[in-house]
Ligand binder design. Structure first.
Ligand code: UDP
Length: 203
């Protein structure tokens, strides 16, 4: 992507919560409306710990570079950008981008698939999110252990045709799972990696 800001070898997009959510929803809706959709719009939200892990794990930097949006989920990253003279506009918490995207998607009754968390967490999060965002359809969920290890899960998700797939498997598992399965997830609109959001949403 052009205009990215490189911090310790990871490239971040200068977005706000709102602009990132709008781009994610826009990318998702274009894809689910397309006759022959490209791979899903892909969003990662590294925090300082993920950035520090990426110093040792080049595949995390590669995944961030391949993402359509890489958002700085931490003041430490924003501070580092400022210190090196290439400021980012603000911290962009992944969970806030996720929620803003869900509220946009609810307006037109779009479908969402949630992956991650201990057994039962994603399903509970789904029930609560449909209550919080009337119109939203949580069309499927999978836990982040035995169910996400099922090799047929990406195809199951793609065939459910969700506008958004929320992946909460912890880092680096979530980024690696999402990136490795982007082609298999063709048919879904967007994929966003959101760490512990499933635990917050499930209460
Ligand atoms: N998680 C998962 N599968 C795993 C490891 C973690 O589904 O193999 C879930 C975990 O249950 C939690 C979420 O990933 O709901 C975020 O985990 P963690 O707090 O470690 O990640 P962080 O939010 O710090 O990135």
């Amino acid at each position: 992507m052009s205009g990215r800001i490189s911090i310790l070898g990871m490239d971040f997009d200068p977005e706000t919560v709102r602009s990132a959510a709008e781009k994610t929803v826009d990318g998702a809706l274009k894809r689910i409306g397309a006759a022959c959709p490209p791979r899903p719009f892909f969003v990662v939200t590294p925090n300082p710990l993920i950035l520090s892990n990426a110093l040792k794990d080049g595949s995390l930097r590669e995944i961030a570079a391949a993402a359509d949006l890489c958002l700085p989920d931490g003041v430490g990253i924003v501070g580092a950008a400022k210190r090196q003279g290439t400021p980012l506009p603000c911290r962009v918490p992944g969970i806030e981008v996720g929620e803003a995207a869900l509220s946009f998607l609810a307006r037109t009754g779009e479908r969402v698939f949630i992956v991650g968390g201990a057994p039962g967490r994603a399903a509970e999060a789904g029930v609560r999110l449909m209550d919080k965002y009337p119109g939203l359809i949580v069309c499927g969920t999978a836990d982040g252990y035995s169910e996400s290890d099922d090799a047929s899960l990406p195809e199951q998700i793609a065939s459910a045709r969700p506008a958004l797939v929320v992946v909460c498997l912890g880092s680096p598992k979530q980024e690696k799972w999402a990136y490795a399965n982007l082609e298999a997830l063709r048919g879904a609109g967007a994929v966003i990696c959101l760490g512990g959001a499933v635990d917050v949403w499930s209460g």
